[in-house]
Write a protein that binds this ligand. Structure first.
Ligand SMILES: [Fe+2]
Length: 268
């Protein structure tokens, strides 16, 4: 891999359930993830990061199904838990993944050896929709960032640290966001913070960096910005993010829709 550039793909909120079942009796999350995997194999990124809500209720059978669905992905990938995940079952199903920390605590990790340094923060709080970063996680993050101030770095955390304007999602956002922001503001090597959770794409300038949320590979959250609007889902086209980093040019995010939209046609 060229050290001066990298293609980092991000998929999110796959919400896989047991084989043969539909989420909400309507959404075939397994078929949608299989389509995302085929799409990734065609795009050929250098690495794939899957930013939480990997499965829908944290059951071991759901992680086994997830693992089967990710089997055809012939690109290295790493996983991050979201509020629908269960730390123990996730780690057990992917025990061969080298990135996990020891013990049964939060699944924070660093991936070295790629042109971008990747730092995962585990915001899962069992039984809660909202997320939280603990003081010790933030101290660990600060120490990691101090160790490599010249390395372009991307952080992933499932829950976005900012208010999106979708009221019921903002009610289950990230506790500890202000403390995270104070650390982020001190480390200009952070190219981006990647989030999931929202099931739709957003971008914000935050604490001296850029934070983006990725769409879901399955159902999207409807764009309803009224303060009393109930949160609702909609089958807008599933999509993924392809983050292209090049030294001297920064990180550019492309949104790639998953599905058959017809042939590409040259202009003219
Ligand atoms: Fe989700």
């Amino acid at each position: 891999m060229n050290a001066d550039r990298m293609l980092l793909a991000q998929i999110s909120d796959c919400h896989v359930i047991e084989p043969g079942r539909l989420l909400f009796d309507r959404v075939d999350t397994a078929a949608l993830l299989a389509a995302a995997v085929a799409h990734l194999n065609r795009l050929r990124p250098d690495f794939v990061w899957i930013t939480g809500d990997l499965v829908d209720s944290g059951a071991p059978a759901q992680y086994a199904h997830l693992r089967t669905l990710l089997g055809p992905l012939d690109i290295p990938y790493a996983l991050l838990p979201g509020n629908h995940d269960a730390r123990g079952a996730l780690k057990a199903a992917f025990a061969d993944h080298a990135c996990w920390p020891e013990g049964d605590g939060k699944l924070d990790y660093v991936i070295e050896g790629l042109p971008l340094r990747l730092i995962a923060l585990d915001s899962l709080v069992p039984g809660e929709g909202g997320g939280r970063l603990e003081e010790e996680q933030l101290a660990w993050l600060d120490a990691q960032l101090r160790r490599a101030p010249a390395r372009p770095t991307v952080i992933a955390v499932h829950h976005p640290p900012f208010a999106t304007g979708i009221a019921e999602m903002d009610a289950i956002s990230l506790e500890g966001a202000a403390a995270l922001g104070a650390i982020v503001a001190r480390h200009p090597q952070i190219e981006r913070i990647l989030c999931g959770h929202l099931h739709r794409p957003t971008t914000v300038h935050w604490q001296g960096t850029v934070v983006t949320t990725a769409p879901s590979t399955a159902h999207q959250v409807a764009l309803r910005l009224g303060p009393a609007d109930p949160v609702s889902w909609v089958m807008e086209p599933p999509a993924l993010h392809l983050h292209r980093w090049q030294k001297g040019h920064g990180l550019v995010t492309h949104q790639s829709y998953i599905g058959d939209y017809g042939p590409t046609t040259p202009f003219g």
